[in-house]
Ligand binder design. Structure first.
Ligand code: PGA
Length: 307
């Protein structure tokens, strides 16, 4: 058994003001690397189960990636429109570009629409790109930037991603800013270094944090079925919130949602949601099934029970 100390948050929100020392078995799928993270929290340990360290509303995004056809997306939209979703959750789905307009006009207003990418500046002679202005024109409210598939498959670097984020935010789009380490980086004990460097690249250029949601998505967990344990995710989320506190401000650390992504599904979302620094999810595969996505959205209830 490994002793886990849940520190006391200094932020307000949907949470209790205290506790927690508890013994938790290490559930890491890679126990030998689970201990290679270093915690840098300055929060003092205290005494009760804490449901939410941040003060932001629970946020669940569905990243449909390069999936779907007119038929399957029509069915998915219809399932989402008839799903019963808890009120106190911001819900966003991110269809492929070609279906964005169709989804944004047929989907209930309860769910907002996000793009999966945007160009670094105003549109023009940039073949194959989509501008922020065009996204806004069709009612899109968010854009996912820095996703690991853009970083590691397409080759986008921190500076390029930062430029996109700054432009999108300046034009009024919300940004789901993704960060996360590769398996070899975790195994080398570099998880925090990698995440902080990616975070800094956003922090260096963004005009404000009002419209940013941070998605921590360990690359080894994305699309692999190897979800991070609640403890592994909480550990990084806590470190990210502390980084924001030290490098941006206490207010931003409190109100910025830090959501987890990587093999989240209807069965594991409840335990993850109970972690105090997990403010929601970015969901890939499981967001393609309306009822399962609704279950993940509604995992906010686990948080309330824990509070
Ligand atoms: P996954 O993808 O849920 O299929 O692992 C998550 C993501 O890439 O955002």
């Amino acid at each position: 058994m490994e002793t886990v100390v849940t520190p006391c948050p200094q932020f307000s929100g949907l949470r209790r003001s205290c506790p927690t020392f508890h013994n938790a078995p290490s559930q890491s799928f890679l126990p030998h690397i689970n201990s290679q993270l270093r915690l840098s929290s300055s929060r003092k340990p205290c005494r009760a189960v804490v449901a939410m360290a941040g003060s932001g509303k629970f946020f669940v995004g569905g990243n449909w990636k390069c999936n779907g056809t007119k038929d399957s997306i029509t069915k998915l939209v219809s399932d989402l429109n008839s799903a019963k979703l808890e009120n106190d959750v911001d819900v966003v789905v991110s269809p492929p570009f070609v279906y964005l307009d169709m989804v944004s006009t047929s989907l209930t207003d309860r769910i907002e629409v996000s793009a999966q990418n945007s160009w670094i500046g105003k549109g023009g002679a940039f073949t194959g790109e989509i501008s922020v202005e065009q996204l806004k024109d069709i009612g899109c409210k968010w854009v996912i930037l820095g996703h690991s598939e853009r970083r590691h498959v397409i080759g986008e670097d921190d500076q390029f991603i930062g430029k996109k984020a700054a432009y999108a935010l300046n034009e009024g789009l919300g940004v789901i800013a993704c960060i996360g380490e590769l398996l070899e980086e975790r195994e080398a004990g570099k998880t925090f270094d990698v995440c902080f460097q990616q975070l800094k690249a956003f922090a260096d250029v963004v005009p404000s944090w009002d419209n940013i949601v941070i998605a921590y998505e360990p690359v080894w967990a994305i699309g692999t079925g190897k979800v991070a344990t609640p403890q592994q995710a909480q550990e990084v989320h806590l470190a990210v919130r502390d980084w924001l506190k030290k490098n941006v401000s206490e207010e931003v650390a409190s109100k910025t949602r830090i959501i987890y992504g990587g093999s989240v599904n209807g069965s594991n979302c409840g335990e993850l949601a109970k972690q105090e620094d997990i403010d929601g999810f970015l969901v890939g595969g499981a967001s393609l099934k309306g009822p399962e996505f609704a279950t993940i959205v509604n995992s906010v209830t686990s948080k309330k029970v824990a509070a």
